[in-house]
Design a protein around this ligand. Structure first.
Ligand SMILES: [Zn+2]
Ligand SMILES: [Zn+2]
Length: 420
């Protein structure tokens, strides 16, 4: 590309990154204005849909020449996770470009890169004169990072979505430290669990059974044994990260606060712990729930539990939802071929170890592929100093150009019509 074009592309990416859409107070009004201004410049149809007030979903459309064919949906989320600002070398919403070409910002990998790459690819295809056979939709959805309930989940269940006649969804993947891009055909399901112990309060010097702390610690020990059993399979190379149940303690809440810290000679009557659990599609959710009720939060130890999030990735008949990555799924073949044509390499398709909005689309029976074209990149999503190199970003645009062209030209009788 010409130098000025590259500068314009990077500047648009930076503008999007500079909008602070961090949970729990994402600036959705600003991201909406930005995305709609981009849609107008590119010449795409646009609408802002609020399934829940102040949580806009931006839906863009590039109409295809044959509206009877199922459409392509390119999904991305507009929100990002919070930051610990003082742990960052560059301001997390500054989108600083350093001398190595790395762009630092929250969302640079997860996943404002992808949202903008879709747009840049379409901008280029459009200006080259390419006319899509199938309609291409772009959804910029809110609230993915807090479960997607007011975003993708409502969208997938809506009449609007139904009327779009979607045939394939692309959503986020993960960066790859090696040269192969990663792809995802399924994902683990999020369970956010809070367990609470109660027990007799007492003097800090007294040894007695059944205090809240003791009751909670027994649970934590049990959780840790289970965690180790899962992690050992990964360490031994027997299972991939996405194939075991992960459980990590993410908060501990106990003690009697005082203005100078915590009261030290008092054993509290309540103690709580929170766990982020991810359940692979192959695991049996009922047996895990039994384990929670019987071992991690048993009534016999004065414990209760509550789910802050309990996703499901099973269809109505209880089967896990997976997208096929063999010749029975033409969209998979088209993606492989398109990435290869654009000089990209794909690794073996994987189960996404975290969770994405793709689960809501897969639950409808739609194929959905997780893919974020970032190779040679450390995995920094949700981490401090998240960055993406400008060259990887630019390469990713070419990759999407190739994919979107192939998808939008697919005639569904096994051939693709190249209109260029
Ligand atoms: Zn994400
Ligand atoms: Zn995320």
């Amino acid at each position: 590309e010409a130098e000025t074009e590259v500068a314009a592309i990077l500047s648009r990416f930076q503008q999007y990154l500079q909008i602070n859409t961090a949970q729990p107070t994402p600036q959705y009004q600003q991201s909406t204005e930005f995305l709609i201004s981009q849609a107008k410049l590119i010449g795409l149809e646009f609408q802002s849909i609020e399934f829940v007030p102040n949580k806009p979903l931006i839906l863009l459309k590039w109409p295809g020449s044959d509206p009877t064919l199922p459409s392509i949906l390119l999904n991305s989320h507009t929100d990002v996770v919070p930051v610990e600002q003082d742990k960052w070398v560059h301001h997390p919403f500054g989108a600083h470009l350093d001398s190595h070409g790395n762009i630092f910002a929250r969302g640079s990998q997860d996943m404002k890169c992808v949202g903008m790459q879709y747009l840049e690819a379409i901008r280029r295809l459009k200006s080259s004169g390419f006319v899509p056979l199938r309609s291409v939709y772009l959804s910029f959805v809110p609230d993915e990072e807090i479960g997607g309930h007011d975003g993708a989940e409502k969208f997938a269940d809506s009449d609007i979505f139904n009327s779009m006649n979607v045939g394939i969804v692309l959503d986020e993947g993960l960066a790859s430290p090696g040269e192969n891009y990663r792809t995802f055909y399924a994902e683990r399901c999020p369970w956010w669990l809070v367990i609470k112990a109660t027990g007799a309060p007492g003097h800090g010097a007294k040894l007695y059974d059944n205090s809240a702390m003791e009751n909670l610690l027994k649970s934590i020990e049990s959780v840790r044994r289970f965690r180790a059993s899962q992690f050992d399979m990964v360490k031994a190379g027997l299972k991939a990260e996405g194939e075991v149940i992960s459980v990590n303690m993410v908060f501990l809440k106990a003690g009697t606060p005082s203005p100078t810290g915590f009261v030290m000679n008092l054993q509290p009557s309540e103690a709580e712990a929170g766990f982020d659990i991810r359940v692979p599609p192959t695991a049996d959710p009922e047996s895990l729930e039994r384990r929670i009720a019987e071992e991690w939060a048993p009534v016999s130890r004065n414990m209760t539990f509550q789910f802050k999030q309990r996703g499901s990735i099973h269809d109505e008949s209880g089967r896990p939802v997976l997208t096929k990555t063999d010749s029975s799924n033409p969209w998979w073949n088209l993606l492989e071929e398109a990435v290869r044509k654009a000089n990209g390499k794909l690794g073996k398709p994987e189960i996404f170890p975290a969770s994405t909005d793709a689960r809501y689309f897969r639950q409808l029976g739609l194929p959905a592929i997780g893919f974020s074209p970032m190779a040679n990149t450390p995995i920094l999503l949700h981490d401090h100093n998240e960055f993406l190199n400008q060259d990887e970003y630019l390469k990713g645009i070419h990759i999407y150009e190739s994919i979107i062209k192939a998808y939008a030209s697919y005639t569904s009788n096994g051939s693709t019509k190249d209109e260029l």
